[in-house]
Design a protein around this ligand. Sequence first.
Ligand SMILES: [Zn+2]
Ligand SMILES: [Zn+2]
Length: 176
Amino acid sequence: MRYKVADLIKAPPGNARWVDVDDNESVGHDGFQVVSPIQGQVRLMRDPGGILVQGKISTTITWNCSRCLEPLALPIDMELSEHFRPTVAIPGGALVLADPDEEREAITEIDERHMLDLSGVIWQNLELALPATALCRPDCAGLCPQCGANQNIETCGCEPPADSRWSGLAELIRQS
Ligand SMILES: [Zn+2]
Ligand SMILES: [Zn+2]
């Protein structure tokens, strides 16, 4: 996911080109696996401080159902909008100074060989796109809170726990 951008850095602001993202090599990360290529199209546009990267990327990852904890395939679509800064000026090209106010983040630096590497921002955006909850199916029955059985697969027969809020009432009914 590396792109040579020396030509764009030399060009005046406003120049842009689209590039394809098609990455088959990323396989794993903390807590999830990438199971389909990371694909999409992004526009690289020269702006006064560097290169603005915008576009849509999609992939599929493995994730776990929030209720039954079984693995599931989760399609992810994300919208990138990231600003990359050159770390060196190009000889003979436009002088590009780093923005002193911008936080120095290594993942959005264009290296001294004018390569722009999207992998860091894609991983970061992928992490942000991870859902807090995911279900293997809308009516997933989840795990039994008592024995841990997957209730989609088996009926364990555990009694639901007695609800203490009603025990006083049950006592009254029993005595009447
Ligand atoms: Zn489930
Ligand atoms: Zn059970």
